[in-house]
Design a protein around this ligand. Structure first.
Ligand SMILES: Cc1cc2nc3c(=O)[nH]c(=O)nc-3n(C[C@H](O)[C@H](O)[C@H](O)COP(=O)(O)OP(=O)(O)OC[C@H]3O[C@@H](n4cnc5c(N)ncnc54)[C@H](O)[C@@H]3O)c2cc1C
Length: 391
């Protein structure tokens, strides 16, 4: 019997596995895909996420990003840059393989190509059922993404309800020179050009990630919207992105900041499975690795105390709340206000460079959304009042 089984080997699962194995637990990760496997994602890893991951292989860094170019609905644009690195651009196929190898090297057993179908609770164990095997452990971490089987089978959550969005993304190989020409150096691009959410173009070394995302029901006919977005970006840049595009990937994404159950007896949920994603930007990798780290710490405490009760595991909820979940609630307030009057927010961002810089610092991890919201109130009570009153 293992101390810990982790369902899903994305950033949340591999970080939890790495930390728990380093702490001396016997750990099994069960991943339904076979590595190397891709995950639909922009691959942007904020500096605050890099800080948690720790010493990262330089080969994984496709580009370093110091700022962003923001596009308005009429494609006028403006740019903000920090002196410090805001994020690195990676390819998830490579990042996730590196993270899972690191977990394996620290002692975790990795079983890929095997899907978790069910979990069954015994008197003093949990049984994890796959098509090939039944594995036993003292507790389970559900790191199996937005469609989490662990969340459903443990009864923690049967459906998402509010706060789930949709993203469409394609990786388009342009070659290094054309990628430079397309996005420029050290920048990412964000397009706030429709009612449905935003679009992005992220540069990798020889390709771009291009995508759109939106919350709830705003994204009507997403495939047509995506094609139109790619065509318009192609026209703006005079680069034929559309013809070079092969696969278009669609993936759900949960918004953070809602009150949700994330644990039960013998079970913790992490990352997307718990709904830990920035509701304004859609950033999830930071929250995945942070919650994975906390889950490993709490699981180690549970094994040491031989106590796997929901009450003991409340510690996980409290730590997540303190470290980032309270702040996701601030991010949700910020997202509701800004998406409610995006024109006002974008105007404020364009006319107040300091505001732009502070937001970039928030993404980088120098300040929290809670600090940022407070800073906005002090900086510009009039602008904020207008934003709130016109919601
Ligand atoms: C289009 C798009 C673009 C995004 N861009 C960014 C970005 O640029 N930066 C950023 O920070 N975030 C981004 N995100 C969010 C980010 O991708 C997620 O928040 C992050 O991947 C969550 O990590 P995770 O480990 O919780 O889940 P995942 O990365 O989804 O990993 C879950 C793993 O579980 C496995 N799995 C699922 N079901 C089972 C099962 N039944 N049994 C076994 N294994 C299972 C999956 O195969 C997968 O490997 C984006 C999301 C989308 C959809």
């Amino acid at each position: 019997m293992y101390d810990l089984i982790i369902a899903g080997g994305g950033p949340a699962g591999s970080t939890a596995a790495y930390r728990a194995a380093k702490d001396g637990l016997s750990v099994l990760v069960i991943e339904k895909e076979s590595y190397p496997r891709d995950k639909t994602c922009g691959g942007g890893v904020s500096q605050k996420a890099v800080d948690i991951i720790g010493k990262i292989d330089k080969e994984l860094i496709e580009r370093e990003v110091f700022g962003a170019r923001i596009f308005l609905p009429d494609y006028r644009n403006f740019t903000g840059m920090l002196d410090d690195r805001v994020a690195i651009m990676t390819r998830r196929e490579n990042l996730d393989r590196w993270l899972i190898n690191r977990a394996e090297n620290s002692g975790a057993v990795i079983q890929d190509g095997e899907k978790v179908l069910d979990i069954v609770f015994g008197a003093d164990y949990v049984e994890v059922v796959t098509p090939k095997n039944r594995y036993r452990s003292r507790m389970v971490i559900g790191s199996d993404g937005v469609n989490s089987t662990v969340a459903r089978k443990s009864g923690i959550r049967t459906r998402w309800g509010d706060g789930v969005g949709l993203c469409l993304e394609a990786e388009v190989e342009l070659g290094e020179a054309l990628t430079d020409e397309c996005v420029g150096d050290k920048l990412t691009e964000f397009y706030f050009i429709g009612e449905w959410g935003y679009g992005w173009v992220f540069p990798k070394s020889d390709r771009i990630s291009i995508g759109i995302g939106g919350w709830g029901t705003r994204l009507h006919d997403p495939k047509t919207l995506f094609r139109r977005f790619v065509r318009n970006v192609s026209l703006q840049k005079n680069i034929d992105i559309e013809d070079k595009m092969n696969n278009v990937n669609i993936h759900r994404i949960p918004a953070g900041g809602f009150d949700r159950r994330i644990h039960s007896d013998r079970v913790l949920l992490t990352g997307d499975a718990a709904g830990f994603v920035d509701p304004f930007l859609g950033e999830g990798i930071y929250y995945a690795v942070k919650s994975g780290e906390i889950a490993a710490e709490v699981a180690t405490g549970a094994v040491e105390s031989d106590d796997f009760s929901e009450r003991f595991l409340d510690e996980y909820v409290l730590k997540c709340e303190k470290e980032f979940n309270y702040d996701l609630k601030s991010a949700l307030r910020f997202a509701k206000i800004t998406y409610g009057r995006l024109d006002l927010f974008l105007n404020a961002l364009r006319s107040d460079n300091r505001l732009f810089m502070e937001y970039l610092r928030t993404v980088r991890g120098d300040m929290t959304y809670t600090d940022f919201n407070r800073w906005c109130v002090l900086r510009s009570p009039v602008t904020l009042a207008k934003l709130i009153c016109n919601r």
